[in-house]
Design a protein around this ligand. Structure first.
Ligand SMILES: Cc1cc2nc3c(=O)[nH]c(=O)nc-3n(C[C@H](O)[C@H](O)[C@H](O)COP(=O)(O)OP(=O)(O)OC[C@H]3O[C@@H](n4cnc5c(N)ncnc54)[C@H](O)[C@@H]3O)c2cc1C
Length: 385
């Protein structure tokens, strides 16, 4: 790994920065988890990104990308967060389903779905979890019954982020009578199909971040299955690798948060004990360490390597770093975290809201206990507990 940027990479950074400066909305968009209006405002932003071919820079040009390597994607992400650009409403599509489709999709699926995904025309939700199948995903009970060139989907999904307003979902279903890892298929279905009922799950803060999905004889063409019939587990594990590995949480997110934390500390340090300075410094170092480790992985992948169980170590690291960083911010703010306007003259950061979201980090994308099991068994070779 070379620890400096090439002139071409510097030029690319300048190009991204200029575009972001010219195009990022001047203030935050309304939440995409509260209203249809907020959701559509974020869709418009996805469209704008895609018009500049910034929707997903690593994708082939034919699908709306720029065919750039992962190092440039990291540079893009740094500029994206630096510019305070809106959170990506289509992250399940572009970061999870998109890469999976490149690997397992038919040419027809790639042509039908990827350009629309890149353009924000289709916003995707992930429909894997069920009331009895979260960590134990092989416990999925929702069924796909083959009927000629269609499947009939039945069952219940839960905790589906952004499914309240999203257009499509990619779900895990099993052949009736099959058990555990066998007989599963990953199937794409429109959320407005007859037989789909979505029930928003309201969070304590009133946001409808999730939906439950009820599927009652939903008919979908076999052509909308991703990967081979019965191979859904294998396909899902590839998606999970993307989710835990590089794409879902780029280092820039934490480097910007660490920088905001430093500003918050600077503005309040006279009233703080020395131990707080150590915690701020630790968060700063952790964010940088995470960035270096991701740059190292990206260099290896660009040279033809693959990502394995180490994606589990990434996932544990970013999720725990995020909580520690936000906990330090709340300790600096004290009661003001709840009472005062969020930014306190520093940056437009709602530390309390971001802390609450950080708390979910060890749960989603595969809980950290499960990641620790994976590390123990697959990286350290320890016996199964
Ligand atoms: C913010 C957020 C967004 C989400 N978005 C989506 C989404 O878009 N789509 C979707 O399909 N799902 C989504 N989920 C669901 C998420 O994937 C599950 O919550 C997660 O997989 C854990 O499953 P569970 O909730 O059923 O908990 P359980 O599996 O019941 O686990 C409960 C606890 O027991 C622990 N545990 C379970 N089994 C073991 C074991 N063998 N060894 C050690 N510990 C164990 C777990 O780690 C956890 O701490 C989201 C969740 C959150 C919090």
């Amino acid at each position: 790994m070379k620890l400096e940027y090439t002139p071409e990479q510097d030029a690319f950074r300048a190009e991204v920065r200029a575009w972001m400066e010219a195009n990022v909305p001047s203030g935050p968009l309304p939440s995409f988890d509260l209203t249809r209006e907020g959701f559509e405002a974020h869709r418009d932003w996805e469209r704008k990104l895609s018009e500049g071919r910034w929707g997903m820079v690593t994708w082939p040009e034919a699908y709306g990308g720029r065919a750039l390597d992962l190092i440039r994607w990291l540079i893009f992400e740094e500029e994206y967060y630096r510019a305070k650009a809106p959170t990506r409403v289509n992250q399940n599509g572009i970061f999870l389903l998109g890469p999976t489709m490149m690997e397992f999709g038919t040419e027809d699926q790639k042509a039908r779905f990827l350009p629309r995904m890149a353009a924000g025309d289709d916003i995707w939700a992930q429909a894997w979890s069920e009331p009895g199948a979260g960590s134990d995903l092989a416990g999925v009970r929702a069924t796909a019954t083959r009927d000629g060139d269609h499947y009939i989907l039945n069952g219940q999904k839960t905790w589906s982020s952004r499914a309240v307003f999203a257009d499509w979902a990619f779900g895990l279903f099993r052949e009736p009578g099959s058990e555990r890892h066998k007989g599963m298929s990953l199937i794409l279905f429109p959320l407005d199909a007859p037989g789909v009922t979505r029930r928003p799950i309201q969070r304590m803060d009133g946001k409808m971040v999730f939906a439950e999905l009820f599927l009652d004889n939903v008919r979908v063409p076999v052509a909308d299955r991703l990967g081979d019939e019965g191979q859904g587990w294998h396909v899902c594990m590839a998606t999970a690798g993307f989710e835990r590995g590089l794409m879902l949480r780029s280092p820039a997110r934490y480097q910007v948060a660490a920088s905001n934390l430093l500003t918050l500390y600077e503005n309040n340090k006279n009233s703080l004990p020395a131990s707080v300075a150590e915690r701020v410094a630790q968060s700063w170092m952790d964010a940088d360490a995470y960035a270096l480790s991701i740059y190292s992985t990206a260099s290896r992948l660009t040279a033809g390597g693959s990502i394995g169980p180490e994606s589990s170590t990434n996932k544990i690291f970013w999720s725990e770093m995020d909580i520690a960083l936000h906990q330090t911010a709340l300790d600096i703010l004290g009661d003001r975290a709840e009472l005062a306007p969020p930014d306190l003259g520093t940056t437009a950061v709602d530390w309390l809201e971001d802390y609450i979201f950080a708390l979910a980090g060890p749960i989603y994308a595969g809980s950290n206990e499960i990641q620790r099991n994976i590390i123990a068994e697959r990286m350290l070779g320890l016996p199964r507990a």
